[in-house]
Unconditional design. Structure first.
Length: 329
């Protein structure tokens, strides 16, 4: 009997590529980007442009002159990092801070570990958290959106409290009446809320998420597990803690949808198996609600994703798919 000769992996080929997946993420972010520019004006354009250009430039410089590697800008991953970093920043952040954030995101979060495919943490969130810790005042001075009824795009917005800040104050005071200052659910869904300019419209972010699912750029496991966990956990707290906000407000405010769809699903820093991804998503959802309820910051999505990024190697180690032909025990 002839012996079977098995070639080295990979055994299955497809038309997917890093560049194609990155371009799909960019396309998916276009609706939210358009809404953000309409709401925050020139600030959103300036921050996003500076962030993208800085990330691309730093990756090219580090690869060419420090790592002595051929720059791989053609995969568009630096563009995605710059865009996602910008989505996590206030639209009124000084340009020099945006540049520092881009340097940390690319230089520390990505290239230090060897570049694309080797970074254990989401680079954009590394840059964002560094800026939040280093410049807390500037990073938490949120512009108030102009509102579509004003018909005045491209005008600098005034600063104002975010819905998460209102929710945090109501929780600290134990006074549910303070939640009356929250925008209604329709405004939260279409884009009338303060915060990072990428958090502006839940509907726009969800449209992009549907596109990513339809193109099979991501799977449902991580986003659905995060959103369901946040909804369930916050509903329990809403029933028993005075001043706690209803679950629908947790779902529509802050960076929850942005993080669940576009950042927690990062291929490199998230688990490989469906079960691992579900556990990963549940962990993120629990940490988000814990930080929002008892933490010092009103938002915890960035910290939650980075914490679970650190757990990804363990999930990959202990939750593995069965080998082909392996019998069930």
């Amino acid at each position: 009997m002839d012996k079977l000769i098995v070639s080295a992996a990979p055994h299955v080929h497809s038309s997917d590529s890093v560049r194609r997946n990155m371009l799909n993420v960019i396309i998916a972010l276009i609706p939210a980007f358009v809404v953000s520019v309409a709401a925050f004006g020139w600030g959103a354009l300036i921050v996003s442009t500076v962030s993208i250009v800085s990330c691309v430039l730093f990756e090219w410089l580090i690869a060419k002159f420090i790592l002595k590697q051929q720059p791989t800008l053609g995969d568009c991953s630096a563009i995605v990092t710059g865009l996602l970093l910008a989505f996590n920043l206030p639209s009124n952040l000084p340009v020099w801070m945006v540049i520092i954030g881009a340097l940390v995101a690319i230089g520390v979060g990505k290239m230090t570990f060897g570049g694309l495919g080797q970074n254990p943490f989401n680079p954009a969130l590394i840059g964002r958290v560094f800026l939040l810790i280093s410049f807390p005042v500037q990073m938490t001075t949120w512009p108030r959106p102009l509102g579509f009824a004003s018909a005045m795009p491209f005008v600098d917005a005034e600063t104002g409290a975010t819905p998460l800040a209102i929710m945090k104050n109501a929780l600290k005071a134990g006074d549910a009446s303070l939640l009356n200052d929250l925008p209604n659910l329709w405004h939260l869904a279409v884009g009338y809320l303060g915060g990072s300019f990428g958090e502006i419209s839940a509907i726009a972010l969800l449209i992009g998420g549907i596109y990513l699912l339809c193109t099979k750029t991501i799977t449902w496991h991580i986003p659905v597990s995060i959103l369901c966990t946040v909804a369930a956990f916050s509903a329990i707290l809403w029933l028993f803690i005075p001043g706690a906000a209803a679950p629908q407000y947790h779902l529509l405010t802050g960076g929850l949808i942005l993080g669940a769809i576009y950042m927690a699903t990062d291929y490199v820093s998230s688990p490989m198996t469906p079960l691992g991804q579900i556990i990963y998503g549940i962990g993120i959802g629990i940490i988000v609600v814990v930080i929002r309820t008892w933490g010092a910051y009103p938002e915890g999505m960035s910290f939650a994703i980075l914490i679970m990024n650190a757990c990804t190697p363990l999930l990959n180690m202990y939750i593995r798919p069965k080998r082909f032909g392996e019998k069930k025990k």
